[in-house]
Design a binder for this molecule. Sequence first.
Ligand SMILES: CC(=O)N[C@H]1[C@@H](OP(=O)(O)OP(=O)(O)OC[C@H]2O[C@@H](n3ccc(=O)[nH]c3=O)[C@H](O)[C@@H]2O)O[C@H](CO)[C@@H](O)[C@@H]1O
Ligand SMILES: C=C(OP(=O)(O)O)C(=O)O
Length: 427
Amino acid sequence: MTRFLIEGRHPISGAIEPKGSKNAALPIIAATLLTDEAVTLTRLPDIADVRVMANLLQEMGATVSPITNNRATFRAATLRHSAPDRALSQAIRASFLLAGPLLARTGSATLPRPGGDRIGRRPLDAHILAFQEMGVEVDITSDSYCLTAPKGLKPADIFLVEMSVMATENIVMAAVLTPGTTHIHNAASEPHIQDLCQLLIAMGARIDGVGSNVLTIEGVTSLHGATHEIGPDYLEVGSFIGLAAATGGDLLIRNCRPREHRMTAIAYGRLGIEWEVRGEDIYLPRHPKLEIREDMHGALTKIDDGPWPAFPADLVSIALVVATQAAGTILIHEKMFESRLFWVDKLISMGARIILCDPHRAVVVGRSPLFAQRLSSPDIRAGMALVIAALCAEGQSEIQNVEQIDRGYERLDERLRALGARIERAD
Ligand SMILES: CC(=O)N[C@H]1[C@@H](OP(=O)(O)OP(=O)(O)OC[C@H]2O[C@@H](n3ccc(=O)[nH]c3=O)[C@H](O)[C@@H]2O)O[C@H](CO)[C@@H](O)[C@@H]1O
Ligand SMILES: C=C(OP(=O)(O)O)C(=O)O
């Protein structure tokens, strides 16, 4: 089990560039199955989840070049089967994104229950119900989903039962090769969904409404190869902003699409964090003292999450750890995942003053001096939040199960060392 050894209380300083978005790269790799031609991806994050997804494609018969300088080429000239490897599928949530492209290309897909972060129930109902509207026959057992479209996929006027990110992506990928017009209402619209749609359009797909909650897809008979640059990971950017602010550092984040951070600026503003937009860069000055901003009339403020463009669920753990370093009191309300906040007991063991009211709400009383601890990373974002806590804490902390962090952040230790952090990797 890989560990990080972190010595706290050394502010970071310097410049960093975000890697490509994990949550864009994963559906985009799945989308390369929609053509028999080559698709080249640049700014592809070299992270564990991407390698698992690439292995899943290879095992089905696609060729995948090694990832070199964040660039790789995928080609699914022929496919040997449509039942992705069980063990690999169970390692990542995004394996279920193979369902849409496999149904469109081969008329069938057999997948186990996917893996990924254990942060709540994480239903797949929105995917399955929408596939059924497209004519897919579904056989669900306790641990697998067998999907078949014996008469081919049919276009549909779909209203998703919830604004699910991966369900939207799966249905878009199924619909681009389905003759006729498919509408997806109540579609999710996160930057990674927009990124997937841009790749599909570059491959010849016809999609209207990108970035909105209603997508209209005119099916085409075939898609062709393309070269596509993946967008910067706004979750990595939000994590770096939180890390720099909490440790009292200053940071220039290059080439990070500041327009994708307007809601994060509002939420982080409640923690006293402010930054300058410099073209495509964000400059975060040193914040000698973070102070939680009260709402009008001195009311206690809150940070809560929701589907885009609301504050992203994947930044809730980061906001929570930053709040422990800001003077004042704040409610953190995680509305989407039932079990995402349970890791706060680890922060409490480091000295943080937090009341976990119920699985969705935590009250943080800030400015706690944190003390080093030996901790295990429960999921990607809580793992990153623990790294931030350790960088703020007095003494040397050990964070175990770094494999979770490596799923989503490329070479985090090396990149933070370049900013002055005292962090080492150990086996
Ligand atoms: C590979 C990938 O892209 N994973 C992301 C994707 O997961 P994923 O696509 O699995 O997440 P979903 O959008 O389906 O749902 C996330 C959670 O939010 C709940 N929900 C969703 C929509 C809604 O309107 N109301 C509601 O309560 C769902 O029941 C679920 O518990 O989106 C999540 C939500 O942004 C992110 O945390 C994950 O990092
Ligand atoms: C929840 C996350 O990822 P996944 O959906 O891949 O488990 C995440 O990126 O924070």
